[in-house]
Design a protein around this ligand. Sequence first.
Ligand code: AMP
Length: 223
Amino acid sequence: MIDIRIMSKYIIMLGAPGAGKGTQAELLQARMGLAHISSGDLFRENIAKQTPLGKLAKQYMDNGELVPDDVTVQMVMERIRRPDCERGVVFDGFPRTEEQARTLDKAFAAERKRINAVILLDAPDQVLIDRLAARRICAKDGSVYNLLTNPPRVPGICDKDGAPLEQREDDKPDTVRRRLQVFQKQTKPLIDYYQQASLLNRIRGDQEIELVERDLLASLEKQ
Ligand code: AMP
């Protein structure tokens, strides 16, 4: 019998807020049949359900800070154990600190899994700020729109389920500024970490969605 772990693919999307990690992760999910694990979405689901984890996470998220490593890692590790992850996972927004990356490496080593590729989506700060200001999400299913480059068919309404669109609290300018600082300080060191592991693929994130996807697929093929 073929060991499915050999065929499984584990891909990490790295990049600042607004770089396009979620959009590209969804495209990869559809194309490669991977599970899409967004730590931010998992926190937002917990906030919506008002779980103790959600209440804790919200205090950090509203300030643009990272949720502590121990609770984040535990939440993601539980998610990875679900059966839909057997064919592989595209991680979106996790890991975000060196501590998280090391914990993931240890957990994978114990299960004889490995990270196949890390995609760094690179874009200038002003592009990120403009994108986040124009980002709107569906209040019901979390679908993401951009008022300038990917607007809904009817203004203010989700194409898929007709629910109202809203701006994420942490996409407002003051919090965005803090999130970009947090990326520089806590997440950027991961670029070196994965470069040293020869896993890093740098892609220009300040292109149209289709062009980013094209470059991303080309870089995965070379892996
Ligand atoms: P995102 O949806 O990826 O932009 O994440 C939104 C917010 O959730 C972040 O600003 C953090 O407060 C929190 N968050 C998401 N992923 C992580 C993570 N891997 N580690 C710590 N905090 C996270």
